[in-house]
Structures are given as structure tokens and as C-alpha cells.
Design a protein around this ligand. Sequence first.
Ligand code: EPS
Length: 346
Amino acid sequence: MLRYLTAGESHGKGLVAILEGMPAGLKISAVGINAQLKRRQAGFGRGKRMQIENDTAEIISGLKAGVSLGSPIALLIRNKDYKIELLHKVVSPRPGHADLPGFLKYGFSDIREVLERASARSTAATVAIGAVCRIFLQEFGIRISSRVLSVGAESSPSAIVAKIKEAIVNKDTIGGLFEVTAKSVPAGLGSYVQPDRRLDARLAQNIIAIPGIKAFEIGLGIGYGVSFGSEVHDPIYYKKGKGYFHKTNNAGGIEGGISNGEDIILRACMKPIATLMRPLDSVNINSKKTSRAATERSDTCVVEAAGVVAEAACAYVLAEALLEKFGQDSLRDISKAYWDYLERIK
Ligand code: EPS
């Protein structure tokens, strides 16, 4: 069983992540984790915080001489901008943020107590966990990437930059769509036998859980709703030595909740960041009078970074599903079971 927990506030001492269930015998270096953390900080439209932070993970446990022990792997990412005790109170919830429902739920008198943990800063911990999972998946040739499809309604790189600049000038924010692809995923991960074992459902849960994600689809996604079955289902072929394959991949690599051997293709929509420097109407939680929503330092556009976080979420789900199928404890045993299986399904 692979599982993880993260902890940490945006302006607290740092972020902590514990990943349990990685097998013994995997070489893991902080360099591989830090490369992913750096990717998460990039992209045009990020705010000033990304100039302050230089996210790096310290591996606290779970390794000896750079090789996993099968024990929990604990990671620590320190916040340079540690100042949680000094920050001002927030009293007007931002529309679109966790501010209002979080404040109502927990009974705080300062909305800061909500936003510190609800902040997308926590995605640095998600990416660190995903980076370890990617290192594991690389042992099996599985590779995960992402790309921005559109920002606003724009899709060309120059128009995207212009759109983000427009948002910056107008003190506004902008969201968009991104796509995640996982290559060389074997057929047979996940299962149709229970809803919570379906690979597509697990990917959906982990990607929708990224702050700001409002829509998710696999393969043709909502495009399935406008076509005949004969136009969209992927015909099946067989070639000796290669095994079964499809010439098209509208299913996005998953049929019946199980990977089918084709690339897994996921798309998601990241809404515009909720912190607006020209704020919308809100209500002061003390006076109950209409007031402008709170303003905070924030980002203008994070679609590219959201793609990197979604890659990490995908890596976690695929690593979990692969461990379920091929064994849990020793990388050597898992590799043997994996390559034997690939031989069988050819
Ligand atoms: C983020 C850190 C945060 C925000 C952003 C993501 O830093 P700060 O609040 O100090 O500027 O830039 O968080 C949000 C958009 C949000 O709504 O909370 C990060 O590390 O990615």
C-alpha cells in the first residue's frame, strides 16, 4: 500500500511530506526531487514569492547510502518566507478561495488561519512526493510530461504571454487548460471490480484535489458526448512481438478503469487564481458590511505549474497501482514480476 501525508502552512517553517510504501532497493537522490520542485516554480505569470523561494527537499528518512529501505520516506522543504506569526489579519474572504467556507467550518476569527494551509504552497510537497514516485516509475520506463493547452482562450505561446501580460496590467488573474501524458504504462493497472480501484477515478481524485482545479477529463473526455460510438471507440489490433494495440487513443489509455497499454492522456482546467489585486465584493466578517475582498501577494497565472503538480499526482497514482499489481517490498522482486508479466501479455 502506497500512501502519503503532507503538512505545512504557506508562511510556516516549512512543508513536510511522508511517503510510505516505496519498496526497498530504489536509488533516490535529492537532485531528482529538486529538479521537479524547480519546474513547479517556473512559468510566466508567477508572483514574487517564487523569487524568494528556491524550493529544495531534504531527505530525512527512508534511505541509507541513497537507497530506499522500504521504510517511510520523509521529506522537508523549508520556507524562506517564514513569517506566519507576523502576518496581518484577513477579514474579507476572497471569492473563489477557501476563505469563507473554511472560516465558517472551523470557527476562526481571522481568515489567515484558513488560507495558510489552503494555499497552493502545499503543492510543493505534492511535487516532492510525485518526484520520488517518478524515480520509481522510471525503473519501468514510464515517463510523465505535461503541456499548457490554453490560457484564457489563447493557445499559441505568444498569445498566451500577451494574455498573461494583459491580466498583470489589469491587476487580474487568468486560468487555462493543461494536458498530462504518461507513456509506456503497461496494460493492467487499476481494476473495474470496485469503484475505488478504477485507475481513472483515482487519477480524477488526485488531480481534482490540486487547489484551483475545476474540471478533469480523460482522452476525448467531454468530446465523447457529440459523436457516434463507431466514430470514437479505438479499434483493437495485434502484432506478434508487440502484442495488442489501438491505432487511435480516444480512451486516453484507460478502458473499464484499467490501463490498456496506450499513453494515458489527462486534461484539466485550472481556474484563475482567486486573489485579485482589484478585488471583488465581499463581506467583512466582523461588521457584516459589504467590503472589497482581501488582497495578498499572489500569482497572475499558474497553469504551467499546475501541469507539473498534476504530473506528480499522476506519478503517485501510477506508482500505487503498479505496486498493487507487481508486489510491494523489494524493487528486485517487483521488477522480475513486471518483466515476466510484460512477456506474458505480448
Ligand atoms: C505558492 C505560494 C503562495 C502563493 C500561491 C502559491 O505564496 P504567497 O502567498 O506567499 O505569495 O504565491 O498560493 C496561492 C495562489 C494561493 O491562493 O494560496 C506556491 O508556492 O506555489
